[in-house]
Design a protein around this ligand. Structure first.
Ligand code: NAD
Ligand code: SER
Length: 317
C-alpha cells in the first residue's frame, strides 16, 4: 500500500483527520497538503488543488495511493463569490478524479454535505435517495460532485467513496466559513466570555456530528471491502440533531451563567433549506456505520477538552 495524501489538510476537518490517519497508519504514511503552510506535525507539501501537474508530482514523489480530498469552499463563504467557489470545488475534484482515472492512485475520499438538500427535499429524516435542490453554490458543487464521483466509478472504475457530513463539531480546530459554524464558536464563547450572539435562530435545528465520530466514519468507510460500497454518489450520515437553544441548554448544565442572544443573518436562510436530520440506514446496512456520541456526551467532551486547551494557553503565555 502506498501513502495517503490529504488536500486542504489545514482546515477544520483536515486538522483532525491528519492526526487520525497518522495514528492509524503511521506518521510517515501520511502527506499533508494545503494552499498555504502553517507549520504542521508530519510531512507537508504546498498544493493548490487546481494545479493537476503539481498534484501528479506529489503523488509520484511520495508514492501516494489514497487521496482524502478535503479542499473546498464551504456554504456561507461560498456565497460571497459563487463563481470562484464553483471553480475551486469542481476543478479540485476533477483533478483528483482524473489522477484516479489515470490509475496513479487507488482510492479517493470525497466529503459531500447536508447542503445537497433543499426546500423540496424531505427535510425530516431526509432519505438516502431524495430530491436534492441545493440553495447555495456550495450545495450545487457538492451534488454535482457526487454525480461526477459515481460517473468516474462506473465509467473508469475509480474507487471513490463519499459521505454527506452533517455540521461538524470539534475542539481541535476552528470552522472555515460554514452555516453550522455557530455550534463550534458557542463553546469557545462559553469558556472565554460567558455570552454568545448566535447568527442562527434559536430553533434552527440541523444535523450535526462530533468530529470524533466523523473521523471514525471516514476511516471505516475507506477501510470497508469494495463490494460493500453500494452507493457511489454519497452516503447519508446521521448522528446528532439539535437547535441552538437545545445546545445552549446542554452547555448551561455545565456553565449555568452562560447566556446566548440571537441575531440571525443570511446564514439563517441557508439553514432553512437544510434538513433537521437525515436517514443513514443505508450506511448502517452497507458498511456497519453507528454513531456513538449523544448531545450530552459531545457537550461534556467538548467543554472538558477546551478547558484543558485554554488553561494550557494561559500557562504557556
Ligand atoms: P475548511 O474551510 O476549514 O478547510 C478547507 C481547507 O482547504 C483550508 O485549509 C484551505 O486553506 C484549503 N484550500 C482552499 N483552497 C485551496 C486550494 N485551491 N488548494 C488546496 N487547498 C485549498 O473546511 P473543512 O470544514 O475542513 O471542510 C473540509 C471538507 O469537508 C470540505 O470539502 C467540506 O465541504 C467538507 N464538509 C465539511 C463540513 C463541516 O462541518 N466542516 C460539513 C460537510 C462537509
Ligand atoms: N458545515 C458545512 C457548512 O455549514 C456543511 O457542509 O457549510
Amino acid at each position: 500500500m502506498g501513502k495517503i495524501l490529504i488536500t486542504g489538510a489545514l482546515g477544520q476537518v483536515g486538522g483532525v483527520l491528519s492526526l487520525a490517519l497518522q495514528n492509524q497508519y503511521g506518521l510517515d504514511q501520511v502527506v499533508l497538503s494545503d494552499i498555504h503552510d502553517r507549520g504542521v506535525h508530519g510531512t507537508f507539501e504546498l498544493l493548490d488543488i487546481t494545479d493537476i501537474e503539481r498534484l501528479r508530482e506529489i503523488i509520484q514523489k511520495h508514492d501516494i495511493s489514497t487521496i482524502y480530498h478535503l479542499a473546498a469552499i464551504l456554504s456561507a463563504k461560498g456565497e460571497e463569490d459563487p463563481l470562484w467557489t464553483w471553480d475551486l470545488n469542481m476543478q479540485g475534484l476533477f483533478n483528483v478524479l482524473e489522477v484516479g482515472k489515470e490509475k496513479l492512485i487507488d482510492k479517493i475520499f470525497f466529503p459531500s454535505s447536508i447542503a445537497v438538500f433543499g426546500k423540496q427535499s424531505k427535510l425530516i429524516k431526509s432519505p438516502q435517495s431524495s430530491i436534492t435542490d441545493p440553495s447555495t453554490v456550495y450545495g450545487i458543487s457538492k451534488v454535482s460532485g457526487e454525480y461526477w464521483c459515481q460517473y468516474y466509478h462506473n465509467k473508469y472504475d475509480v474507487d471513490v467513496r463519499s459521505v454527506r457530513y452533517p455540521g461538524l463539531i470539534g475542539y481541535q480546530t476552528l470552522p472555515g466559513g460554514g452555516t453550522t459554524d455557530y455550534a463550534v464558536d458557542i463553546f469557545h464563547y462559553a469558556i472565554k466570555d460567558n455570552t454568545y450572539e448566535c447568527f442562527l435562530n434559536k430553533d434552527a435545528r440541523l444535523p450535526m456530528m462530533y468530529l470524533k465520530d466523523a473521523m471514525r466514519a471516514t476511516i471505516e468507510l475507506m477501510e470497508a471491502d469494495k463490494e460493500k460500497i453500494k452507493i457511489r454518489t454519497s452516503y447519508n450520515l446521521a448522528s446528532l440533531s439539535f437547535s441552538p437553544e437545545e445546545l445552549t441548554l446542554e452547555i448551561q448544565k455545565h456553565k449555568p451563567d452562560f447566556q446566548v442572544t440571537y441575531k440571525p443573518d443570511s446564514r439563517q436562510q441557508i439553514a432553512d433549506s437544510w434538513p433537521n436530520d437525515v436517514d443513514d440506514t443505508q450506511a448502517m446496512i452497507d458498511w456497519g456505520w453507528r454513531s456513538e456520541f449523544t448531545l450530552k456526551t459531545m457537550v461534556a467532551d467538548m467543554l472538558h477538552n477546551l478547558e484543558i486547551k485554554y488553561s494550557q494557553q494561559t500557562i504557556n503565555s
